[in-house]
Write a protein that binds this ligand. Sequence first.
Ligand SMILES: Nc1ncnc2c1ncn2[C@@H]1O[C@H](COP(=O)(O)OP(=O)(O)OP(=O)(O)O)[C@@H](O)[C@H]1O
Length: 312
Amino acid sequence: MSELVIETSDLRKVYRSGLRRHAALDGLDLAVPAGGVHGFLGPNGSGKTTTLRLLLGLARPTSGQMRLFGTDVPAGLPDVLGRVGAVVEAPHFVPTLSGRKNLGLLARTVGAPRGAVEAALDQVGLERRDRTSYAAYSGGMRQRLAIASALLKDPDLLILDEPTNGLDPAGISSIRDLVRTLGDSGVTVLLSSHILAEVQQVCHSVSIVGRGRLLASGPVQDLLGDAVSRTRLVVADPRGAQHFLETAGHTVTRDGAALLVEGHGDPARLTRLLAERGLFVSELTEVRPTLESFFLGLTGRRDARPDQGAAS
Ligand SMILES: Nc1ncnc2c1ncn2[C@@H]1O[C@H](COP(=O)(O)OP(=O)(O)OP(=O)(O)O)[C@@H](O)[C@H]1O
């Protein structure tokens, strides 16, 4: 079994406002293996940021257990915090100073080794000699600098909370490449996000949460392997073909002029069945499940309730 970098067990966080109580985390069990990029996914308000804040000691859990590198936290945080870099809350940089000068100040505060500033700038692809002040940085450069600040300690675990929020497509793509490179370099990256296409491209494994509980977890390919795929058919008479296929026991929906047949349908069998009825298929494609369709199946149609039969 691979080493777990992050573990939570039955983690609860209840926020109180006046007489109202709200369980942001409702018994969350999380297991993040060492190495690569692990996606931490969930709809808005599902408890992702709360989890990260608890792990980093920025808030206290109501109950439950948490471990970082096998050490109980928050009690053991001083022993392991040196191995963790995080961008969970927007770091405060001095607007009039360059990225390098800002990192220099931070490096002294955290006691980073000599050369750490240059190494971090190189890692995130920011120019060592650039004198642009932080105030004039683009959103993408600010995010790179934030990640560089988390890399100063040369961490084994890097926690990033929605690192592409507010970036344009080019910025999103460059941060995605950076995250992938970091994951390949041996750092374990926990990437909280709800941009699922992005996550599918960079994450080796994911945990999906809804309403403060784990809905599904595992390598992306394993999760998608279990998800239902569909076959898209174009036929001359879609209404007749739909009726016929439904009578034969298939679940069929319309997609414009095409039909979507649920399940790993045998294409040869489908086309033969239809051809025998004079319903000739002019186009057939297998629609592969995406992380997005899997995620929506868990958090949308099932209303994000793990007790309604979602995988876990
Ligand atoms: N300090 C707080 N006081 C009261 N309620 C809070 C507090 N922080 C978070 N919450 C509530 O807890 C729930 C979980 O919030 P959290 O920010 O952890 O979700 P999230 O998954 O990170 O959402 P998003 O993707 O929108 O950032 C939400 O209902 C939120 O309103």
